[in-house]
Design a protein around this ligand. Sequence first.
Ligand code: F0G
Length: 349
Amino acid sequence: MIWPGVIEAYRDYLPFDADTPAVTLNEGNTPLIHAPRLADHIAPRAGLRLFLKYEGLNPTGSFKDRGMTAAITRAVQEGAGTVICASTGNTAASAAAYAARAGLRCIVLVPQGKIALGKLAASLAYGAEVISIDGSFDDGLRMVREITERRPIALVNSVNPWRLEGQKTGAFEIVDQLGGRAPDWHCLPVGNAGNISAYWMGYKQYERGLPQLLGGQAAGSAPIVLGRVVEKPETVATAIRIGNPARWRQAVEALDESGGIITAVSDEDILAAWRMLSRLEGVFVEPASATGLAALKQQIESGEIDPAGKTAVVVLTGHGLKDPGTAVEQAATPITLPAELEALDRYLA
Ligand code: F0G
């Protein structure tokens, strides 16, 4: 069977009519990878069952595609000709791809110099009009919110409720993949706070048990943890370099309802978790995507989370090839040798 994408797969759980044609790239159905080596590393001999939801394998390389299929399907239904978003990069690439598929004009605002190369490349390749602004994601979001009040352009950031409708399907898949029940802990990075809000909606709607939520923010961009707007957010995890999340209140509600935790992790710990994912399990993600794992490791070490016999799912939100620059900076330099057998033999000795 061909996987039809998240709207067809879960139409009964989504507020689309039976005959609304989906704009889809067959997103979703991403693997839930069992990670025993990693589990042993962060919680030795605790019997932790750890799973990685590898959202980087979506068509444009991030979880945004789940929400974008819904937002663009809705925009087409409403007769939109143009869509717009502010983005740290992944929303931009996803909007650009789905807009291309639907034949819509797509405009994306990105913070100058703070968007990873793979995201910029993809957005341009899909034909979006990329506008680089001398400001942050938060500045861009304010601009697109205001311009869409003034002009007939569809806003496809996660302030658009259809984005969350699509993204909640991630929770359905996790439950299905775990054999019909929710995990004990659901761990993920928090930026604009759309995804944590969407997952909580999904778990509640599916009624197969509820996890406790663990959200990770980068220490230099941790408004929800600090309880105040961060004017100049900074972090190596550019995807979540956000100082004033649009879904702040909804995320706090979800965290409270689930008996969850939101915590800040340093860039150093994010990169350590990022390295562990590739080296211990062969799963390459962009730095922001490792924030959920960094948060889980921190909370186990501090004793806030008891891992014994628990099932934890860590959502890996974006593919490692999104940010080749950071990957190369963080890696050892490749070894250079003459093209001679003897040189290789000496190297191996
Ligand atoms: N991980 C990645 C790879 C992201 O790109 C984002 C958000 C998040 C996590 C956080 O998700 O915003 O729903 O809390 N990226 C947005 C963008 C802001 O523009 O691509 P969130």
